[in-house]
Design a protein around this ligand. Structure first.
Ligand SMILES: *Cc1c(COP(=O)(O)O)cnc(C)c1O
Length: 375
């Protein structure tokens, strides 16, 4: 079965009792047992819930992994991956990962004796040099946020595997429709399903897609710790993922038009979009992604104040954090999503804007940007 068919069918057979064609929201905390210790696969809803199971089966199929484990948020999914480690272990992390990812290791896991090095993962020599005997993970995110840097997944997998470490790939920006990191050697794929997979900006969730043994270990941790997604959240995410393919096609189509438009606009200094042939990661992106995604960043001529005015002047592009929904969003990373990296090597230009291109009519989106940039 092809991707679009699996998104709609895997884990989603009609309900055996009623024939309902949509997986029900099993809004229950416990499951009656036939006899003492004899049950139909479900006992207590922290451990498992059929709506969550359906979502997990579907996501595993889309990422091409044996299993998926879904969590209450993307951060809860990342937390579970880090809980597989022990004090003394070391992680090599892309130096421009999602801010919350960095905060989790730097501010939380360091206190438990797990060390982390921030490394430019586009520099494979730097990655090799950063390795220690205790290194367990290379943690990649591609394309990255907000500068859309592209990482070479097969090369990183090789460096990691040569040294008995695992490659973790945050695939939130690309989604499994455009890029499946395990095909390039990644051992664990993590998602904030809040973004493109949910796709409608109405639910927070996370997932890890991996082999059966690692998924069991993660499920054990999840049951012990408790960061489970509720049945309604699982259902909303499952409803969203059915249309992932058609949505991504439109996100990519609109973003390609808008990136080209911005690149030719005199009020724009520089555009960051992996689909542009002069983007430094274009060739790698073309090898490991089937299209270039819906996220674009650009620098506005005239500096920070000019950028701020553009962000405040768009009408269809809502001024908001987050990404990956059907509606277009614009934000100023220096002041909004990336304020915490100000003054560090990761500081982003203060004239930078990031847009999450939605699936509205491209004509309307272009007209909105045109108005905002002319003003
Ligand atoms: C949003 C995001 C996360 C965190 O996910 P939540 O669902 O907000 O907890 C992790 N990685 C990336 C790339 C993200 O965009």
């Amino acid at each position: 079965m092809q991707f679009e068919t699996r998104a709609i069918h895997v884990g989603q057979d009609p309900d055996p009792r009623t024939g309902a064609v949509v997986v029900p929201i099993y809004q229950t905390s416990t499951f009656a047992q036939h006899g003492v210790g004899e049950h139909s696969g479900y006992e207590y809803a922290r451990t498992g819930n059929p709506t969550r199971t359906a979502l997990q089966q579907c996501l595993a199929s889309l990422e091409g992994t044996e299993q998926a484990v879904c969590f209450a948020s993307g951060m809860a999914a990342e937390d579970a991956i880090l809980r597989l480690l022990s004090p003394g272990d070391h992680v090599i992390m892309a130096n421009d990962v999602y801010g919350g990812t960095w905060r989790l290791v730097d501010k939380v896991y360091k206190r438990y004796g797990i060390d982390v090095s921030a490394v430019d993962l586009t520099d494979l020599d730097a990655v090799a040099t950063a390795f220690r005997p205790s290194t367990r993970y290379v943690w990649a995110e591609t394309p990255s946020n907000p500068l859309l840097k592209v990482l070479d997944l097969p090369a990183l997998a090789e460096v990691a595997h040569d040294r008995d470490a695992w490659l973790v790939a945050d695939n939130t920006f690309a989604t499994p429709y455009l890029q499946r990191p395990t095909e390039f050697g990644a051992d664990l794929v993590v998602h904030s399903t809040t973004k493109y997979i949910g796709g409608h900006s109405d639910v927070v969730g996370g997932a890890v897609c991996t082999d059966a043994k690692t998924a069991d270990d993660l499920a054990f941790l999840q049951n012990a710790v408790g960061a489970v997604p509720g049945p309604f959240d699982s259902w909303l995410t499952l409803r969203g993922v059915k249309t992932l393919g058609v949505r991504m096609d439109r996100h990519c189509e609109n973003a390609t038009l808008i990136a080209g438009y911005l690149a030719g606009h005199e009020a724009v200094e520089e555009v960051f979009y992996p689909g542009l042939v002069d983007h430094p990661g274009h060739d790698i992106a073309a090898r490991q992604m089937s299209a270039f995604g819906g996220m674009i960043s650009f620098r506005v001529a005239g500096g920070a104040d000019a950028a701020r005015r553009v962000a405040e002047r768009t009408e269809l592009f809502f001024l908001a954090e987050s990404l990956g929904g059907v509606e277009s969003l614009i934000e100023h990373p220096g002041i909004m999503t990336h304020a915490s990296v100000a003054g560090t090597a990761l500081e982003v230009p203060d004239d930078l804007l990031r847009i999450s291109v939605g699936i509205e009519s491209a004509d309307d989106l272009l007209a909105d940007l045109d108005r905002a940039l002319e003003g």
